[in-house]
Design a protein. Structure first.
Length: 318
């Protein structure tokens, strides 16, 4: 017991040293933002503490921090809103009427375009990230749950909300280029950094599929925990992390050979996962606990559980 406490203290202290060193070199400490559905807030984190809470009302669900202008993008399915939020000024623009139940968020490279998927309408909305103008819409064969953009920015891939589909959108032509039918209902998706593979979770099972993006074929299937929810790959491409909603843990896989490396208990009902850009630390949201677990990627050790708002869901590193 004493040794585990000491290890946790040492790991937490080491994280703070890393943050301090990164801050001294780049003038920017590690920052993350968390959406809290239960109290209509965003928690702004610096390292392992909450620096600020921003009120946005409603039930902020998914969240993504734009790498360019520093805006935070939020979808709120309960009010059918998409929000652009400045960490200091609060909401700078509200998008109403784009579609029912906006859910997924993704950026093209350099955050030129913000892509929004809708659980209630078969469409993909395109928003210009700098001037905050809606610049297009792509009609889809079915409503979509989540969306991800290939690293080269050429395609957007979406999981069906109620249909067992993967939908591929050509972003230059702004049209659906391919529909891939699945045997099971896909949920979340994430590309490898090189864009050669796409990892796809299946809600209500324990399975995660790996799709080769060039051939559009399923090339592997791995077993995670119970009800895999979110999937994220480390920025260095070495590992895939899957949060398991029903088993309250994270499955970590070697992204190369697809072998499971470890299971990490992070808290009840884990949702989204985000990594620091150096792939050394992960933030994992636990909805039922109202916390974000700070995890050392190399060891899988939870060094701290950070209290945030009620029912946190999304997390993004800024």
């Amino acid at each position: 017991m004493r040794s585990s406490v000491l290890r946790s203290l040492w790991a937490s202290a080491f994280f703070l040293l890393v943050v301090a060193a990164g801050s001294a070199q780049s003038q920017e400490p590690v920052r993350a933002v968390v959406s809290n559905e239960g109290d209509g807030t965003l928690s702004l984190l610096v390292g392992d503490r909450v620096e600020k809470t921003v009120k946005v009302e409603g039930a902020p669900h998914n969240i993504a921090a734009a790498p360019g202008n520093g805006l935070i993008w939020v979808t709120d399915p309960s009010t059918h809103r998409v929000l652009a939020v400045d960490p200091e000024r609060g909401i700078v623009k509200t998008f109403d009427g784009l579609g029912r139940r906006p859910h997924g968020l993704a950026f093209t490279p350099a955050s030129t375009l913000v892509l929004v998927s809708f659980e209630g309408d078969p469409r993909l909305a395109l928003i210009e990230g700098e001037n905050l103008a809606v610049v297009g819409r792509v009609d889809l064969p079915a409503a979509a749950h989540n969306v991800a953009v290939t690293p080269d920015g050429r395609e957007a891939w979406l999981t069906g909300q109620r249909e067992p589909l993967l939908m591929v959108v050509d972003l230059r032509r702004r049209e659906v280029s391919r529909v891939i039918r699945f045997d099971e209902q896909p949920h979340d998706l994430a590309f490898s950094p090189a864009g050669r593979e796409l990892w796809v979770t299946v809600w209500g099972s324990s399975r995660v599929y790996v799709v080769e993006t060039k051939s559009h074929r399923v090339v592997a299937r791995v077993e995670a925990g119970a009800t895999p929810h979110h999937v994220a790959l480390t920025p260095d491409g070495r590992e895939a992390w899957i949060s398991n909603h029903a088993s309250h843990d994270v499955s970590v896989f070697d992204a190369g050979n697809r072998q499971r490396l470890r299971q990490i208990a992070v808290g009840r009902d884990p949702h989204h996962v985000a990594f620091t850009t150096d792939s050394r630390w992960a933030y994992v949201v636990s909805e039922a606990d109202g916390t974000v677990a700070l995890v050392e990627v190399a060891t899988g050790q939870v060094v701290k559980k950070i209290p945030v708002g009620r029912r946190p869901h999304g997390v993004s590193v800024r």
